[in-house]
Design a binder for this molecule. Structure first.
Ligand SMILES: Nc1ncnc2c1ncn2[C@@H]1O[C@H](COP(=O)(O)OP(=O)(O)OP(=O)(O)O)[C@@H](O)[C@H]1O
Ligand SMILES: [Mg+2]
Length: 228
């Protein structure tokens, strides 16, 4: 079975990460193993400070300093240089953070178009895709709004559309609704899951919300630097 579509989207082996602070070394990740299959939505739970964000950062290939092995879509990322890592990120990974990180001077639709333009796709196609995603999230009437003219829930939904714009095989979400009130969080989270499922992307979603965790395919828990 060498079909790339059936290969794990994520394979982490013995992932370690420690931080030096004031002469003290804190071992945050002490040998994390995890496999995520295509289309699988996995909740990442663990108390505050257990290393959830650290783990997502490692998977996002944003910085070095990690030990062990990370494979994304069958590519051994541990061996790649900075530019190659950026290419894997662009082609295979979408991010949603707790705070939307949208570009304030661009409209909702432009925020979803921009990451697509980087791939070299014609603008008309990028706009079509952006409209499709924003409409699916109930934002068809908000395309030209700047982030500051959107509610918190709407901003997060634009961030979800942006993350999915390039059809990533893997979505990494760090408390994607952690900044919203409970009712809005539930609604946005349900839309997020529905869209990710519809797109067939896999996802790793960090949250300390046990209620949201029940909606995912599977939950893993970070404790003492390893996954239980
Ligand atoms: N750049 C850094 N330098 C030093 N220590 C760090 C750094 N980043 C994270 N840490 C430490 O690593 C540990 C894990 O942090 P992390 O942000 O991954 O936790 P988390 O599980 O995401 O927590 P939360 O649920 O509060 O978001 C914390 O003890 C934190 O102080
Ligand atoms: Mg965190």
């Amino acid at each position: 079975m060498n079909d790339p579509a059936r290969q794990p989207v994520v394979r982490i082996e013995k992932l370690t990460r420690s931080f030096e602070q004031g002469g003290v070394t804190i071992e945050v990740l002490r040998g994390v193993d995890l496999v995520i299959r295509p289309g699988e939505i996995v909740g990442l739970l663990g108390p505050s400070g257990s290393g959830k964000s650290t783990m997502l950062q490692a998977l996002g290939l944003l910085e070095g300093g990690f030990g062990g092995r990370i494979e994304i879509a069958g590519i051994d990322a541990s061996r790649l240089g900075k530019n190659e890592r950026a290419a894997v990120r662009r082609d295979h990974i979408g991010f949603v953070y707790q705070f939307h990180h949208l570009l304030p001077d661009f409209s909702a639709i432009e925020n979803v178009v921009l990451p697509q333009l980087i791939t070299g796709k014609p603008r008309a196609e990028c706009e079509e895709r952006a409209k499709e995603l924003l409409s699916a999230l109930g934002l068809a009437q908000r395309l030209e709004h700047r982030p500051s003219k959107l509610s918190g829930g709407e901003q997060q939904r634009v961030a979800v559309a942006r993350a999915l714009a390039n059809r990533p095989r893997l979505v990494l979400a760090d408390e994607p609704t952690g900044n919203l009130d409970e009712a809005t969080a539930d609604k946005v989270f349900a839309q997020f899951l529905q869209l990710v499922r519809g797109e067939g992307s896999a996802a790793l979603v960090a949250t300390h919300n046990e209620r949201l965790a029940t909606a995912m395919d599977r939950v893993v828990r970070l404790h003492d630097g390893v996954l239980a």
